[in-house]
Design a protein around this ligand. Structure first.
Ligand code: C2O
Ligand code: CU
Ligand code: CU
Length: 455
């Protein structure tokens, strides 16, 4: 769906039922029957109207992850509760000065977010602008890669989750790109591809590599970098996006897009292997298998897609400059947030920010509109937590006291266990109440979220 004459308007229906997933029938949750959901595209200044119908059996709502739009009314309001059978009309305008980038939408009804995302409810929301007008970027062939994992039984039905799988964050063995298993991707004749990659999994981290072929990062969650950065692997936590250029060379051939092992921590104190390894605890065959569940690494990379290029191509040139990134002014306020977990009587393990699980009627953090703040996020737990703030993109200032290798805008930053990450956030344009949380969505549902009031 693309905007026309300044308007993007569509009907969107969340429902459950049979969909095609990698050539097999699966029973999932979807928007308009599609996995991933339809891609939406708009430009700064456009008005967006989404006529939403909830045909799920649970309440839900829509969140526009990464978009800088109002947090109130019928815009990016995550406190809305749209009951089964209800309709809701979303309407907002994308600000004139909004950056171009790869954003997305997904449900955000607290307590049901992980379950609904794991069912498949996620889609891209592209904003076109400055970055897209750079000639070398325009010349590249654009592809969208939505990464989702699913846990299905042999009949294509979703395996149930339980508290244990939720604690570590649910993962599925079936990893799809655009709803396909190991799709074949090809380099165009001019040899330059632009991949816009979204990690739409509720918990799985992807550590991507092209079998050591270099690729070039041009944009992160908040849009363009100042210049391309050469990489040989890329870590994407849940909620994160990246845009990369992939360039062919004179050889023709084939290599794969791989997911390398990554250890994001686990519940060591729960008794490790013995306790968590049994089938009963796992909520079903193969559902959480291995690495993700326990934070153990298995050593084999997984093939996610195969990249083909049959014709030898002339290497094309890469852009040298992209879109400049301003240095933010010194903060007017510095705050500290501690991420951890604990036991709550009757609830089992809960996830905490500053020692507290989420409460919908408590304001955890109040900030002034039109100020800049530094937040120092300290992870004292045993698992990695990708920390996400709604509506207000930020820059990472330092990680364990060391500054980041290049400036970038983001909305979701990994705070690995033992790490302290300092971020700088300008609060602009929109007053109101919204949230920050861990984007391992089981952790969010189990309490690792706070209410943010901007006044
Ligand atoms: Cu992608 Cu609050 O979420
Ligand atoms: Cu978000
Ligand atoms: Cu977390």
């Amino acid at each position: 769906y693309q905007s026309r004459d300044g308007l993007l308007e569509l009907d969107l229906e969340a429902s459950s039922g049979a969909v095609d997933l990698g050539g097999q029938q699966a029973y999932l949750l979807s928007y308009n029957g599609q996995i991933p959901a339809p891609r939406l595209e708009a430009k700064p200044g456009d008005t967006v109207r989404i006529h939403f119908t909830n045909n799920l059996s649970q309440p839900t709502n829509l969140h526009y992850h990464g978009l800088h739009i109002p947090v109130t009314g019928n815009a990016d309001n995550v406190f809305l509760n749209i009951e089964p059978g209800e309709r809701f009309d979303y309407e907002f305008t994308i600000p004139q000065d909004h950056p171009a980038g790869t954003f997305w939408y997904h449900p955000h009804r607290h307590g049901l977010v992980a379950e609904q995302l794991f069912g498949g409810l996620a889609g891209l929301f592209i904003v076109r602008g400055e970055l897209d007008d750079i000639p070398e970027i325009k010349a590249a062939q654009e592809e969208f890669l939505v990464l989702q994992d699913f846990a299905l039984d042999e009949n294509g039905r979703m395996l149930p989750s339980n508290h244990t799988s939720a604690m570590t964050g649910r993962e599925g063995q079936l990893i799809t790109i655009n709803g396909q298993l190991n799709p074949t991707l090809s380099l165009p004749a001019n040899g330059l591809l632009r991949w816009r990659i979204l990690n739409a999994s509720p918990s799985r981290f992807y550590r991507l590599s092209l079998e050591n072929h270099p690729f070039y990062l041009i944009a992160t969650e908040g849009g363009s970098l100042a210049e391309p950065v050469e990489m040989s692997e890329l870590l994407l936590t849940p909620g994160q996006r990246a845009e990369v250029l992939v360039r062919g060379d004179r050889n023709s051939g084939q290599y794969s897009l791989q997911n390398l092992p990554y250890n994001r921590g686990g519940m060591g104190m729960m008794g490790g292997r013995g306790m968590m390894g049994g089938r009963g605890m796992m909520g079903g065959r193969g559902m959480m298998g291995g690495r993700g569940m326990m934070g153990r690494e298995d050593n084999a990379p997984t093939v996610l897609a195969t990249l083909n290029y049959e014709n030898a191509v002339e290497p094309v040139s890469l852009p040298t400059k992209l879109v400049s990134i301003p240095t933010l002014p010194e903060p007017q306020q510095v705050r500290r947030f501690q991420l951890n977990h604990g036991m709550e009587p009757g609830m089992g393990m809960v996830f905490l920010i500053n020692g507290q699980p989420y409460k919908s009627d408590r304001i955890d953090t109040q900030v002034q509109l039109n100020t800049v703040e530094d937040w120092e996020i300290v992870n004292t737990g045993m698992m990695d937590h990708p920390f996400h703030i709604h509506t207000n993109p930020f820059q990472v200032i330092s990680r364990n006291g060391k500054s980041e290798p290049y400036p970038a805008w983001t909305d979701t930053v990994l705070v690995a266990r033992g790490e302290t990450v300092r971020i700088r956030i300008p609060f602009r344009d929109f007053a109101g109440k919204t949230v920050y949380h861990c984007h391992i969505l089981d952790h969010e549902d189990l309490g690792m979220m706070g209410n943010l009031e901007i006044r």
